[in-house]
Design a protein around this ligand. Structure first.
Ligand code: MG
Length: 106
């Protein structure tokens, strides 16, 4: 249950499309993504998801299965987590394992 058939080798961009679709299906009604981060502060997570019904907000950096978390991205995730925010990294492997749906439905 909740295991998503995400192909091996999927790009981060393709993965993001899947994540946004799945989040929408599970009732996460607001999703923010910076489309061009070049003039923004480095490292801010790719996605902010909001479910008012659940009273939850998720900050997630998306990576391909082989993508590396940059130093700046790690600083943001650690800082948000220390501030009490649900922040982390999602990879296609997390879709296959069911982790993403688990975290969306927790
Ligand atoms: Mg990313």
């Amino acid at each position: 249950m909740g295991v998503l058939g995400v192909p091996l080798g999927i790009s981060e961009g393709q993965f993001q499309v899947v994540v946004l679709q799945v989040a929408g299906l599970y009732g996460w009604e607001l999703a923010y993504h910076t489309f061009d981060s070049r003039r923004s502060v480095a490292g801010f997570p790719d996605l902010v998801l909001v479910s008012s019904r659940r009273g939850r907000v998720l900050f997630r950096e998306l990576k391909s299965d082989v993508g590396r978390v940059s130093v700046d991205q790690g600083v943001w995730i650690a800082g948000l987590t220390a501030g009490g925010v649900d922040a982390g990294v999602w990879r296609p492997a997390d879709a296959r394992s069911g982790r993403i749906v688990r975290e969306l439905t927790a």
